[in-house]
Structures are given as structure tokens and as C-alpha cells.
Design a protein around this ligand. Structure first.
Ligand SMILES: [Zn+2]
Length: 195
């Protein structure tokens, strides 16, 4: 099943009843940017073209999560909220979680203006550790580091976070990129499933 994403912070608990939604079955999964499940055999899919896919595995409670963390979702701390939802629903302890940060836009390719920068400043006490002023009007932001730091704050172990380090904007032979292709692009999908 896949979701229709809106750069928000709504998280959906996925069950057997959702299998095939958006693909072979009609979908009611709208305005959802993160998916969690503990049901084996339910592949969950989200789409990207520069935004950050955050893969979460709790090997203890045997649950997974997948969060679409673009810059807006990152300011909303959707990756943190996804693990918190897993804690609420499956009893997940963040200390047990393995997290993968997939291909997405890297800091040097990701430029934002004051309006976006303001949201980071409002929502992160440590914004200076991942966002730098570039010139009068622009900032660059390291979404990978922002996500890593926010997850470590809720107890995810640094050694359990893997950052792919692949930039979607630079690698035009490998990835679609919304920024590079100026909006006219395809999508990358991220898939996670418990076997
Ligand atoms: Zn790049």
C-alpha cells in the first residue's frame, strides 16, 4: 500500500486491511506522511524526489516505520513522531531502533530562504548545528544531520543510525530530483516490509 503525502505529520497505523491500497485497491490513506506496522507481509511505500526517507526498524517489538521527511516534515519532527507513535502502539523503545536515512538532498545542494529558516529556528534549539547562513537571503540546511540529532534526543543510539550519504540532486544518473529538474521530475519510492 502507499500513501498520498502532503508534507504534514500525520502517521497511519497500517494493518492487513490496507494491503494493496493505492495500487490494487482503492485508498483512503490521504494526507499521511508516515506509516507504521507490525504486521508481516505488508509492504509500505512512500514517494520522494529530494525529501528524506527515514526507515525505522524495531527488531525487539518487530515493528517498522517509514517517514517522509522533507524540509517541512523535518521542521515538524515527523521522524521523532513516528517513533513515538511506534512506542505508543507497539511499545517500541527508541534505544532498540535501527534507522536508515535514504538518498535525498544534501546540505550543499539544499538552499532555503528566511521563511523556511525561521521554522527551523523556531522548532530547534540546536539549529545552528545543521543550518548555516549562505548569503543575505539564503541558508543551507543539513536535513540528514537535523534528523539524526532529533532522533538521538529521544534516545536513538548514534551507532544505530545509518545515513546513505547519497544526494538525489547531484546524482542525476541515479535519482530523480525536484530541485535539479525544477519540479518536472519523477519519484523515488521507499519500501519497507516485515517478512
Ligand atoms: Zn548534491
Amino acid at each position: 500500500m502507499f500513501s498520498q503525502q502532503t508534507h504534514g505529520d500525520t502517521i497511519r497505523v497500517v494493518t492487513e486491511a490496507d494491503i494493496g491500497k493505492g495500487i490494487t485497491a482503492e485508498s483512503d490513506i490521504e494526507n499521511v506522511d508516515a506509516l507504521i506496522t507490525n504486521v508481516p507481509g505488508v509492504p509500505m511505500i512512500t514517494f520522494y524526489a529530494d525529501c528524506v526517507p527515514v526507515f525505522i526498524l524495531d527488531p525487539v517489538k518487530k515493528a517498522v516505520g517509514l517517514a517522509h521527511s522533507g524540509w517541512k516534515g523535518t521542521t515538524l519532527k515527523i521522524a521523532v513522531k513516528t517513533i513515538q507513535k511506534m512506542s505508543e502502539v507497539y511499545g517500541t523503545n527508541p534505544k532498540d531502533c535501527l534507522v536508515g536515512i535514504g538518498p535525498s538532498i544534501e546540505m550543499k545542494c539544499f538552499q532555503i530562504k528566511e521563511d523556511a529558516a525561521k521554522l527551523f529556528k523556531q522548532n530547534f534549539h540546536n539549529w545552528e548545528s545543521f543550518m548555516k547562513k549562505k548569503d543575505e537571503e539564503h541558508y543551507t540546511a543539513d536535513l540528514w544531520l537535523a534528523i539524526e540529532l532529533m532522533l538521538m534526543e529521544i534516545g536513538v543510539q548514534k551507532q544505530n543510525i545509518t545515513i546513505s550519504g547519497l544526494c538525489t540532486c547531484c546524482n542525476d544518473d541515479l535519482f530523480f530530483s525536484h530541485r535539479r529538474d525544477k519540479g518536472s521530475t519523477g519519484s523515488l519510492s521507499a519500501i519497507i516490509e516485515i517478512r
